[in-house]
Design a protein around this ligand. Structure first.
Ligand code: HEC
Ligand code: HEC
Length: 272
């Protein structure tokens, strides 16, 4: 019995079980609350936790493990009262706003596929098709290979991460897709992404998808580029609705079906 109780938290770690006397977050999974929370967060919290929770003076709030440790109500209290003896101040806001913040912070850490997101995935698929994403990305075996395969992206990344990847590519270059420019000793210049590198050799995939295996001894010069090879202007080319639908489509890309996170069940009568 004791062992069972010890294991229980691990089994349930994806979703903290609220104590029976704790109120639920009335806004769990409400996309409008996530949006409202995002605005409040940018205004009141971003200076310390980073504009999208990536961390700074305050901890990274995207780290799923850190955030899952606490129930919604515990997080509510942390935000309302602050953390005494640290830089974390209490927020002087009405309850409804604090729940919006909790809902937003939860969405930061969870995979997109497990959260309820705004927009219409089927319309997003059309936006994906007309925007030329498939020229560089593979979904279910179809598409290009210059960028990462997106077939399971909804299970791998949070909604915020996906949104930012499309709006601001290059803010965070995906591991294994570092853009580089190299000059070869034979005079050619190649531009592309560096894949699979060791100290002595690496593969460079150029913008046309052609793969080169290069040895360090072939290089006259190599530089790491700061700009992503992914176009940075989708934010201007797509309307707000199109962007929302597109990110909804990406959020649903998973290799296995995933249930969106629901309001946590109250575990009445659970062994204590
Ligand atoms: C002046 C800087 C600052 C501001 C502003 C700030 N925080 Fe924090 N926050 C911190 C620090 C530092 C910690 C770590 C406290 C500790 O030592 O446990 C923290 C901790 C937290 C935690 C707990 C993380 C955990 O360990 O589970 C949450 C949640 C959080 N902040 C949310 C917010 C929200 C939401 C806002 C805006 C209403 C906000 N913070 C504003 C600095 C800040
Ligand atoms: C010209 C090639 C190109 C096009 C077109 C392109 N991308 Fe990308 N994309 C990349 C590359 C390269 C990366 C990885 C490097 C980086 O993060 O900048 C990337 C990264 C991403 C990521 C982050 C993946 C991760 O796991 O970190 C997402 C999501 C994404 N692209 C979605 C899209 C969508 C949606 C479109 C169409 C609206 C699109 N891309 C169009 C090349 C492209």
């Amino acid at each position: 019995m004791r062992l069972f109780l010890l294991l229980l938290p691990a089994v349930l770690c994806a979703q903290p079980v609220p104590r029976m006397d704790e109120p639920d977050n009335p806004l769990t999974g409400d996309p409008a609350a996530v949006e409202a929370g995002r605005k409040l967060f940018t205004a009141s919290c971003g200076a310390c936790h980073g504009a999208t929770g990536e961390g700074g003076r305050g901890p990274n709030l995207r780290d799923g493990k850190l955030i899952r440790r606490s129930s919604d109500f515990q997080m509510f209290n942390t935000i309302r009262k602050g953390v005494p003896g640290s830089d974390m101040p209490g927020a002087n806001l009405p309850d409804a706003n604090i729940w919006q913040l909790v809902t937003f912070v939860r969405a930061l850490g969870a995979p997109a596929a497990e959260t309820i997101v705004p927009g219409e995935p089927s319309r997003g698929e059309l936006v994906y098709a007309k925007s030329g994403c498939a020229g560089c990305h593979m979904i279910s075996g179809r598409g290009g290979t210059l960028g990462p395969d997106l077939s399971n992206i909804g299970a791998a990344r949070s909604y915020e991460y996906l949104r930012e990847s499309v709006l601001k590519p290059g803010e965070r270059i995906s591991a294994g897709y570092q853009p580089v420019t190299v000059k070869l000793k034979d005079g050619r210049t190649l531009e592309g992404v560096a894949r699979n590198y060791t100290n002595y050799s690496f593969q460079l995939m150029d913008k046309d998808g052609k793969l080169y295996l290069l040895n360090a001894s072939d290089l006259a010069d190599a530089k790491v580029d700061v700009a992503s090879l992914m176009p940075a202007d989708y934010g201007e080319r797509l309307s707000k609705e199109e962007m929302t639908d597109l990110v909804a489509y990406l959020s649903k890309r998973t290799l296995r079906p995933v249930e969106a996170r629901r309001r946590p069940e109250r575990r009445r009568g659970a062994p204590r």
